[in-house]
Write a new protein. Structure first.
Length: 158
C-alpha cells in the first residue's frame, strides 16, 4: 500500500538561505534524531543536481545498520527538489522538498510517498510501528528547525 506523509513549516529565512541549507545533504544529518544513526557516507557535493547519487548509513533498529542510497531526480533551484530511494528499507520512497517565499519567511513542505516491502506484513508493520517512527523523525526535524532558525530576540537597550 502507498502511504503519504505531509509536513509544512514556515521558517524565518530568505528563499536563498533556505535553499542553501536544505540542498546540502550534510545538513540532513543535523536535523535527524541521533537514535536513527543517520550519517552521510559520500563526499558532500558542492551543488545539487538531477541524477546525483547520495549514500547514507542508518540504524532503523538498535543494532541493525543499513545503507540508504538516494538519487536526486528533480531540481528546480530554489523552488524544489526530489529525492528517491534506490536502496534502503522501503519498497518505494519519493520525497518532494518544496519551498515558497511568504511574508514570514519560507514555507517549506515535505511530501513523502512511500511503501514498505513484504505486502500485507509490511502494511501491518506500518500500522504498528513504521508510521509512528516516521512521524517521530519529522516531528524532531520540525522542532529542531524551529529552534535552529528561531528569530533573534532583541534585548531592550539599557
Amino acid at each position: 500500500m502507498l502511504h503519504v506523509l505531509t509536513r509544512t513549516q514556515t521558517l524565518p529565512l530568505s528563499l536563498d538561505h533556505a535553499w542553501a541549507f536544505f540542498s546540502n545533504p550534510a545538513n540532513l544529518c543535523r536535523i535527524t534524531p541521533a537514535w536513527l544513526g543517520f550519517c552521510l557516507t559520500c563526499p558532500p557535493p558542492a551543488t545539487m543536481y538531477a541524477g546525483q547519487i547520495l549514500t547514507y548509513s542508518i540504524r532503523p533498529l538498535p543494532g541493525l545498520h543499513m545503507r540508504w542510497v538516494t538519487e536526486i531526480t528533480h531540481v528546480r533551484k530554489p523552488r524544489f527538489f526530489v529525492d528517491e530511494q534506490r536502496m534502503g528499507p522501503y519498497r518505494f520512497w519519493h520525497h518532494q522538498h518544496l519551498f515558497r517565499e511568504t511574508l514570514q519567511g519560507v514555507e517549506m513542505s515535505d511530501i513523502v510517498h512511500y511503501s514498505l516491502p513484504l505486502g500485507p506484513l509490511g502494511d501491518m508493520v506500518h500500522a504498528l510501528w513504521a508510521r509512528g517512527r516516521l512521524n517521530a523523525i519529522f516531528d524532531f526535524r520540525q522542532k529542531h528547525l524551529a529552534d535552529l532558525f528561531r528569530p533573534e530576540i532583541e534585548s531592550p537597550e539599557s
